[in-house]
Design a protein around this ligand. Structure first.
Ligand SMILES: [Zn+2]
Length: 177
């Protein structure tokens, strides 16, 4: 079975989930959007739009709506500076919009959280959050391998080589929502 049912510019319709990576802030023991504070109940989320796109239109081209994920894991040190910033892997499915560094999708689900470099309180908090969400907490070096058990990587040929849309500029400015 092919990963892609239809390829329309940079917005493929996905049959097999895609793997992505992102960060969250731990709030009340749950992964929560770094940018707007939206919690990920049960570790999953469906993107919405505050500019009027219906759920069936998310992620819309030329908009910033949808759930964001990077193609590559965030650097190992990216979550180290704060007590509540954590990294992990997701699968994304449904319609997607591909950008240079990552994609916007309609649905996403956490499949693994990344153990912090430090031991102690934060490490325990990540393990607790992973238990609540029902996913493993794994070392950074294992994240890609664990993720690939759940989905496929968007082929580089399907990723835009440069910024094509306003949405991609929003991505660059604000980072993943
Ligand atoms: Zn929108």
């Amino acid at each position: 079975m092919s990963t892609l049912g239809r390829v329309d510019g940079v917005a493929p319709d996905l049959i097999v989930p895609l793997v992505g990576y992102r960060q969250w802030r731990l709030v009340g023991g749950l992964p929560t959007s770094v940018y707007d504070g939206t919690p990920w109940p049960n570790g999953s989320i469906t993107g919405s739009c505050d500019r009027g796109h219906s759920p069936e239109e998310v992620p819309a081209k030329n908009c910033s709506c949808g759930v964001y994920a990077y193609y590559d894991p965030c650097p190992r040190t990216a979550s180290a500076a704060t007590a509540d910033l954590i990294g992990g892997a997701v699968i994304v499915w449904g319609q997607i919009e591909a950008h240079i560094y990552g994609l916007r999708g309609r649905h996403a689900k956490i499949i693994a959280l990344e153990l912090p470099i430090s031991r102690g309180r934060k490490r325990r908090a990540v393990i607790d959050a992973a238990d609540r969400v029902g996913v493993p907490a794994v070392p950074h070096r294992s994240l890609k391998a664990v993720a690939r058990e759940h989905g496929e990587v968007l082929a580089p040929a399907l990723r835009p080589k440069k910024t094509l849309t306003r949405a991609a500029n929003v991505w660059a400015r604000n980072g993943p929502a």
